[in-house]
Each structure stands twice: as C-alpha cells, then as structure tokens.
Design a protein around this ligand. Structure first.
Ligand code: C2E
Ligand code: MG
Ligand code: MG
Ligand code: MG
Length: 286
C-alpha cells in the first residue's frame, strides 16, 4: 500500500515539476516577445515630503500581458533575472523614464520631479552599463540630475571596487543614487562612506513594524540617525498609515512613499493628480 502511495506521490510530483518547467519556458518565450513588442508599462508612485509636497516618483514596471492582463513584477522579475532578460528590460525602463523626464522638462510643476529607476544588480554589473546609461541620456535629452538609480545591497557583496568605479562615473554625469530596501540585504556599513550615495530607502518591512515591534522601531531610528550623520537623504517605502508617517517624521525621515499617498499608477493618472494638486489616494489600485 505504502509503495503504491509512494508511486502515486512520485508521479504527482513529476507532473507538477513538468508544469512548472513548461510554465517557466512559456513565460520566458512570452518575455522575449514582450520586449520585442513593447508590452511593458511604467507605473509612477509619488514620494511626498512632510509638507505634503511631491518631490519625485519611483517608476515600477508592469507587463501588459496579451492574455493574462496586467502583471506585477513579482510574476515575472525572477524569470527575467534568471534568463538575463532583465538587461534589455532594464534598459527599456531607463529609456522610458528618461523620455518622461524630458517630456516633463518644460512643465511648470512636473519639471521639478525626480524619477527613481530600479536597477538590477545583473544589469549594473554589465561592462557597458555606464556607457548604456550615457547613451540613453543623449538619446532622450533627459537632465541626469533628475534621475535617481535605485541599487540594492547585493552589489556590495563582491566586486565592490567595480561598483564604486561605476557609481562614480555615473555620479560624474550628475546621476544620483539610492540604496533600496536598506537593511534587508547583505550588511555593508563599511562601504557606506565609500559610495557616492545620495539616499537610502527604509524597506517596507521595517515601516510595517511601526507600532507593533519596539525593537524594529529602534532599528528604524538607528538607520535614520546613521543616514543623517552621513548626510544622506532618507525615504521610507510602504507607508500606509498616519501612525507610520508620524513616527517616521518625528524621527527625522522627511520623505515617504506608500499607499497612503497613492498607489503606483499610469503616467496619465499620475500627471492628473499632480496637476490638480489632489492627493493621489483616490485613484484606484493598479
Ligand atoms: P521596490 O523597488 O522595493 O518597490 C517598492 C514596492 O513596494 C513596489 O512593488 C510598490 O508597489 C510597493 N509598495 C509601494 N507602496 C506600498 C505600500 O504602502 N504598501 C505595500 N505593501 N507595498 C507598497 P512592485 O511594484 O510590485 O515592485 C516590486 C519589486 O519589483 C520592486 O521593489 C523592485 O525590486 C522590482 N521592480 C519593480 N520595477 C522594476 C524595474 O523596472 N526594474 C527592476 N530591476 N526591478 C523592478
Ligand atoms: Mg525600488
Ligand atoms: Mg524598495
Ligand atoms: Mg522593498
């Protein structure tokens, strides 16, 4: 009996594996097609100061899939990373964001906004990354000082010298850097002073513990204090409640990003919210 059950379990397991492999292969083929036929869109999420001023936005990729609807990064970023498709995809994001900056340049209020673009470690590691960014800036005419590249701590695990060289080259063009998801990855405080960093982002994991976990609250205060001592700007992500916002502001974090200010939204909706001066909280979720 046990043997039969084992046999069935094994067949079941194999069938499941097969589905996963097929689904991945399908996704990979579809991702190739998506890159070739422009199926990605950027959603914009505002970054708001303690005075309720929107100072910038983070651009977040979505995939308008031909049959499955709008897909979130969670559903395709890993496959893009594993297959290397993150590289052309990342370049597309960068170019689209820079085109948007250039479109906003003449506008009385939108021209002030910075755009933060997520850069995967794999994309950043490419030998020609600096060159590619430079070309995008030339092609689009975007002002580099409005561009912020969000990097992750994984870039500090190895080949740090290379990371520093590239960051310095890009900083020389006027581009700014934010360390995303700070405190969740490989801890690398020793490098904090060697990188031309402008900003760190407190991960939403920490933010969501405000009011719930006093120890995590102390860690947030420590991160903010460190950022201030190093003269780094600090942004909190995932801010959903007034309680979280108040805590962050009270401890010196002046810029917040999160659902309480608005979901990531298509550019037209983002622009409408900006122009009407409305808080973006009324827009439907993406
Ligand atoms: P991330 O860069 O840390 O982006 C923040 C994520 O938090 C976004 O998820 C955003 O929609 C979500 N978020 C914002 N406010 C709140 C909030 O108040 N509560 C909660 N629970 N979540 C909030 P999203 O858009 O699903 O992106 C997930 C991740 O995918 C990003 O994390 C980033 O690592 C990656 N990603 C997104 N777009 C790109 C891209 O263009 N290139 C690369 N390489 N990665 C990207
Ligand atoms: Mg980010
Ligand atoms: Mg983040
Ligand atoms: Mg995060």
């Amino acid at each position: 009996y046990a043997k039969t059950a084992g046999g069935n379990a094994l067949r079941f397991f194999e069938a499941g594996m097969q589905t996963t492999i097929t689904a991945r292969a399908t996704l990979e083929n579809e991702l190739h097609a998506a890159i070739a036929s422009d199926q990605f869109v950027l959603h914009y999420q505002s970054q708001v100061t303690a005075d309720d001023e929107v100072v910038g936005a983070e651009v977040l990729i979505r995939w308008q899939h031909p049959t499955r609807g709008l897909l979130q990064p969670m559903e395709f970023i890993d496959v893009a990373e594993d297959t290397g498709l993150i590289i052309p995809m990342g370049l597309w994001v960068l170019e689209a964001a820079c085109r948007q900056l250039q479109l906003w340049a003449p506008h009385p209020s939108l021209h002030r906004l910075t755009l933060a673009v997520n850069v995967s470690a794999r994309q950043f590691r490419k030998d020609d990354f600096v060159d590619q960014v430079q070309k995008v800036l030339v092609r689009t005419g975007a002002n580099p000082s409005k561009l912020k590249l969000e990097l992750t701590e994984s870039l500090l695990q190895d080949k740090v010298a290379d990371t520093i060289v590239k960051m310095n080259a890009l900083a020389g063009l006027g581009i700014r850097f934010s360390m995303d998801d700070f405190g969740t990855g490989y801890s690398s405080l020793s490098y904090m002073t060697q990188l031309p960093l402008d900003q760190i982002k407190v991960d939403k994991f920490f933010v969501h513990s405000i009011g719930l976990n006093p120890k995590v609250e102390l860690i947030i205060q420590t991160i903010i204090g460190m950022a201030r001592n190093l003269d780094l700007e600090i942004v909190a992500e995932g801010v959903e409640t007034q309680g979280q916002r108040s805590f962050l502001e009270k401890h010196g974090c002046r810029i917040c990003q999160g659902y309480m200010f608005g979901r990531p939204q298509p550019v037209a909706a983002f622009e409408r919210a900006m122009k009407s001066g409305l808080r973006a909280t009324t827009v439907p979720r993406d």
